[in-house]
Design a protein around this ligand. Sequence first.
Ligand code: EPS
Length: 374
Amino acid sequence: MKLTTAGESHGRALVGIIEGLPANLGIDVSLINADLALRQSGYGRGGRQKIENDRIEVLSGVRNKLTLGSPLAFAIINSDYANWEKYMSAGDCDVTARTLTKVRPGHADLTGLKKFGQTDARNVLERASARETAVRVAAGSIAKQYLAALGVRVGGRVISVCGVKDEGIYPFERLAEAKEGKLFMIDKAAEERAAALIDELKAAGDTAGCVAEVRVHGLKSGFGSCMTYGEKLDGRLAGALMGVQAVKGVEIGLGFAAADLPGSRVHDEIFSENGNFVRRTNNAGGIEGGMSNGEEIVVRAAMKPIPTLMRGLNTVDYLTGESCRAAGERSDVAAVCAFETIAESVAAFVVAQAVAERLGGDDMAQVVERYERL
Ligand code: EPS
């Protein structure tokens, strides 16, 4: 299973192509649109989300709500393109307006200008923009539907916003509560403190990052492989999550904390109960030897603060070489709920890929049968 994405933030549309889906997978477009809406939601988002109403338009690969086994192509139309067509059109357009040369620290602007031989960072930032993640959310939503057919569920929550933490430990069933709040935290008192902090940062022209936790519930053991490094499920999850704009860290299970503890307090001991192998802890986060071990997969990803600050950071104008403040292009103060939604989607796609690789299957019924036989 493979996803290709394309599209500029203010271009005509964002597009995706998923190859490798089996035939006869039911596709519920309303679930995909619900996930796209979650990506647009949340406290701290900027003006763009008031313009957009992201919805998937399936272009191929689905008939009568069932996949055909052919590439599933889709588009998410950018409503804002109507305001940008004169600057972004593929034909003749005005490239002298909406230019950006006061390069923003933390963005792709400066390195992208040099690498791609450009003089206007617009030609870099349009693609580097996190708006591309709408495609990954749509694809992840389809991956969730594939996994749901096997009884595998994906959920998540926000555990920290700019240092304001939810210290709670919650069972999978409680993750849905996170989605009821404005920052996807389960601890509502922490969520209120985080929202107040976002207000303060906004007033100061500043921004915030966050940590999201994604959990995959009900996945049987043996997905991923210990045999080659490229097949390791933890490596693939970390790689995919690091591939999300602004992610600076990923940990699985105890993660970095495991390095500070003796082995006796880290490794999940194995017991025998009614002839089954059981564990009473899940410090490994559901992955041992690069393979799912049947426990819940727990992965956390850290997003740095949004690098466009309205008060501007010190920088240098790319064309004049003069010191200045970085451009204050319209942006979010924080994209917390968006990030949690994206992290879930990306993780779901990786797990679906690992399942598809191991089980194959041209027809979804075959995939289900093979999964049940494991
Ligand atoms: C985004 C849309 C963008 C930004 C953000 C993410 O809208 P605009 O640039 O038109 O305001 O809010 O992208 C970035 C600025 C970035 O640097 O990634 C979206 O739909 O998620």
